[in-house]
Design a protein around this ligand. Sequence first.
Ligand code: GLC
Ligand code: MN
Length: 296
Amino acid sequence: MAFASLATNTTEAFVTLATNDDYSLGALVLGYSLREATTSKKLHCMITEQVTTPVREQLQRVYDDVSIVDVLASNDEANLALIGRPDLALAFTKLNCWRLTQYSKAVFLDADTLVLRNVDELFEREEFSAAPDIGWPDFFNSGVFVYRPNEETYRALLHKATTEGSFDGADQGLLNSFFSGWREASSAFRLSFIYNVTGGIFYTYAAAYKKLRDQVKIVHFIGTQKPWRGGVGIQMPEFAQIWHRIYERHVAGTVPGSSGTETIAESRSRWEQGRPDFTGKDAFAEIQEALMKNLQ
Ligand code: GLC
Ligand code: MN
């Protein structure tokens, strides 16, 4: 089922990025979640050459615009190791979002986010607005932010990236250094946590989650365990279920290999029956590595 664009405002857009077919599954579900929430803004997906043609075609069904951007690699293995995410070497590619100057204002959403209800009010905010990161709340999380596309900002970011690098080897470190006034800025620039709810592996405030979960507007599946990869390590299983339902409604069977995505329930029951997939989805080695790191 395809969705007609409801965009009445063509100068403001939600923007995301998919650097390969895997993340495109996230981008597809994110796009449909925005449509189901009846956004009046445009939807724009940036992709790299990595994304294959059938997947691009599906992205074009839900996004008003799909544009190809250059890969920007950080080449910073040492700092990426600090956050345990060697897979984020291409995360600077996100900076291309400042080049979408056809929009006067935009909201960037990671492809691993999911919109649960209309969030068009985010466009009332100014650059640079974001929500705190749960790992270190004096820094913002770069999975959801309000910004103004501008070539000059893009060049300044790129200059900073090439001359100073990023303290986490990826976009979040760079953006926090660039917009370093965020923590001290007025509260208008600090988005509520309901716009970027992340779950932690080692610490989650379960009581707050219980009290406020009905108000959550955007969920962000951080870490290596993404909903489209199934797995038992997934945080916030009830939100992952919502992700899977949107996936089943609009995406399953539309792109090669997309029908086989295991649901959380299936994955959990397989785990309970003692058949975890140690080599693949359950990424036991990853969980063990994270535990060992924490113990050290
Ligand atoms: C965090 C952010 C993500 C970013 C990464 C690296 O995980 O959620 O958007 O890519 O940090 O900076
Ligand atoms: Mn993310």
